[in-house]
Design a protein around this ligand. Structure first.
Ligand SMILES: C[S@@+](CC[C@H](N)C(=O)[O-])C[C@H]1O[C@@H](n2cnc3c(N)ncnc32)[C@H](O)[C@@H]1O
Length: 257
């Protein structure tokens, strides 16, 4: 699939997933790391970019602590949701911009901090996106990325395949070590490098119109019955299938040339 086709798949898929971003209990409103600690330190003079911002949950959290946030995403439906949410919250220092992570619509060295949560696995070329993040952050500024990582090298193929059944715009996850190495090599020295505690949620909360619901449930039931591992770590809680994912949380400082 070429990059243009993949972008169209992303828009189509996220047009069908707006429920994941709507309401205080939305999957992405709750999504870990939910607090701002992974972006720390924030300062009142900072200019921040949120890459692949979705409905603007990270931008909304950071906005009160910095001067300005720019937030870019390729899916207009989510940017409209972000605009409505930010207006309702009375937040006036977030600028929303349609654009692509692989060619960010900003000049070199425009930001003090560039953040990207839960999105790298949607990019067909994650290195290109991180190189762009490094380009638009100023020397001495920081790039912070949090993204779901593969549970192990051996299970990555099955994990990605089931994620694509859940969401056709899923491109592929990195291992935590690969994510850390990507930021170190494309941005600069790491000042944070962690794996989050697993986030557990009912699979039903993730089954939007973008998903092949029957196929997802069949694979998870199969694993629960002793079939092949998916990497989703399914368990039954209160009669429902719950799944767990872990994120790599990495922050790098852009080298001063
Ligand atoms: C799982 S959502 C995460 C949204 C947000 N970062 C959050 O944590 O709430 C992934 C987002 O990546 C966006 N996206 C995917 N590919 C993109 C690209 N190439 N450029 C910009 N945004 C992209 C999608 O439109 C979607 O909003």
């Amino acid at each position: 699939m070429n990059a243009g086709d993949h972008d169209a798949t992303v828009r189509r898929s996220f047009n069908q997933q707006t429920s994941l971003f709507t309401g205080d209990d939305a999957v992405f409103a709750r999504r870990g790391p939910a607090t701002l600690s992974w972006l720390a330190p924030l300062h009142p003079n900072m200019i921040v970019l949120d890459v692949a911002c979705g409905a603007g949950h990270v931008a909304e959290l950071a906005a009160p602590y910095v001067r300005q946030v720019a937030a870019v995403d390729v899916t207009p439906a989510l940017l409209r949701l972000a605009a409505d949410r930010l207006r309702a919250a009375g937040i006036t220092n977030v600028l929303l911009q349609e654009g692509n992570a692989s060619r960010l619509p900003f000049l070199d060295a425009s930001f003090d901090l560039v953040v990207c949560r839960s999105a790298l696995h949607h990019f067909p070329d994650p290195r290109q996106a991180v190189v762009e993040m490094a380009r638009v952050v100023r020397p001495g500024g920081r790039v912070a990325v949090s993204d779901m990582v593969a549970p192990s090298p051996g299970i990555r193929g099955a994990f990605d395949a089931l994620h694509r059944t859940l969401d056709p715009s899923h491109a592929g996850v990195l291992l935590h070590t690969e994510l850390a190495e990507l930021l170190r090599s494309a941005v600069g020295p790491l000042i944070r490098d962690e794996v989050s505690t697993p986030v557990t949620a009912p699979i039903d909360s993730m089954l939007t119109d973008a998903a092949d619901r029957d196929a997802v449930l069949a694979d998870l039931r199969d694993e629960l019955a002793g079939g092949p591992a998916t990497g989703f770590s399914p368990v039954i809680e209160n009669g429902q299938i719950h799944v767990s994912f872990t994120a790599g949380v990495v922050q790098a400082v852009r080298k001063i040339a």
